[in-house]
Design a protein around this ligand. Structure first.
Ligand code: SF4
Ligand code: SF4
Length: 240
C-alpha cells in the first residue's frame, strides 16, 4: 500500500485505521512502511482518506500475495478455495471429518489485529509442535502448509520468513496421547516469539467425554477453557 504524497493534507485521519501501525507521519505527510504493512487494504477498501490518497501497490512476489490473502478477509485463497484466512473452520468437522476420535485437532491462531505476526515466528511455533507430534493439514486444506519445504517438519521456505501478516492459522492433528508434549512445546516456544497466539483444541466427545483433555490441560498448569463451541453432530460426513 502506498500514499499519494501529493494529495495528502496531513489530517492524520487514517492513522487509527491501520491494524498494525504501518502508517506514520513524516513532514506532515502520511507514509506506509511496506515491511510492516500486511496488505489488508483496510485503509483503501474503507475509503478512510478524505483525499483518496491510498493506492494498492502491485502484489509482485509470492510473499506479497500471501500476506494479502491472509490479511484481507474479503479475499479467497486460490489453493484452498476458502475465504478469510483460507482455512475451513474447525466447527465444520461434522461435514469435513478432518478430526477423528483418536486425535485432537490443533488450531494455533497466530497474530491478531493490532499485533500481526512475522512468518519467522510462525515457523518457530510450527517446527516446535511438529517435533512434538503434530501432523499438519495438507496444502489443499490450509495455505500455510503450501509454504513449507516439508510439512512433516514445519520448515517454511526462507523467502517467506520476513513476511508480515495480520494473522495465520497453524492447523493439524496430534494423537491424543501426544497432547502433553505438544502443550510443553508451546509453553516453551511462546517465550521465543514476538507476537501472540491462541490455541484451539478440537475434541470429538467419545467415551468419557472431554475429561481426559481437561486433565492434560490441568497437568500443564492450563485452566479449563472458558470459551468453547459445541458441534452436536448433525452434519453429514463427506468421508467415512
Ligand atoms: S487520511 Fe489521507 S490526507 Fe489524511 S493524513 Fe491520511 S493519507 Fe493524508
Ligand atoms: S493495507 Fe492495511 S496494513 Fe497496510 S497501511 Fe493499509 S491498513 Fe495498514
Amino acid at each position: 500500500m502506498k500514499v499519494d504524497s501529493e494529495k495528502c493534507i496531513g489530517c492524520e485521519t487514517c492513522l487509527p485505521y491501520c491494524n498494525v501501525g504501518a502508517i506514520s507521519m513524516q513532514d506532515d505527510v502520511a507514509v506506509v512502511d511496506e515491511k510492516i504493512c500486511v496488505e489488508c487494504w483496510v485503509c483503501y477498501r474503507n475509503r478512510v482518506c478524505p483525499q483518496d490518497c491510498f493506492e494498492p501497490t502491485p502484489l509482485i512476489t509470492p510473499g506479497d500475495v500471501f500476506k494479502h490473502v491472509l490479511s484481507d478477509p474479503t479475499v479467497t485463497s486460490e489453493g484452498t478455495g476458502v475465504p478469510g484466512r483460507g482455512t475451513e473452520e474447525a466447527k465444520t468437522n461434522d461435514v469435513t471429518g478432518r478430526f477423528t476420535p483418536d486425535t485432537y485437532g490443533i488450531c494455533i491462531d497466530m497474530g491478531r489485529p493490532g499485533v500481526g505476526t512475522y512468518m519467522r515466528d510462525v515457523e518457530k511455533v510450527a517446527m516446535a509442535v511438529a517435533g512434538a507430534g503434530v501432523r499438519f493439514a495438507s496444502p489443499k486444506e490450509t495455505p500455510l502448509s503450501g509454504l513449507m519445504t516439508d510439512i512433516r517438519t514445519g520448515k517454511i521456505r526462507d523467502e517467506y520468513l520476513p513476511v508480515h501478516v495480520l494473522s495465520v492459522i497453524i492447523e493439524g492433528t496430534c494423537k491424543r496421547g501426544q497432547l502433553g508434549p505438544v502443550l510443553e512445546a508451546l509453553l516453551k516456544v511462546e517465550k521465543e516469539i514476538d507476537t501472540v497466539f491462541s490455541l484451539g483444541i478440537v475434541s470429538m466427545a467419545v467415551g468419557d467425554g472431554d475429561e481426559p483433555l481437561f486433565q492434560t490441560l490441568r497437568q500443564h498448569g492450563l485452566e479449563r477453557p472458558k470459551r468453547g463451541k459445541v458441534n452436536v453432530g448433525l452434519g453429514r460426513p463427506l468421508r467415512s
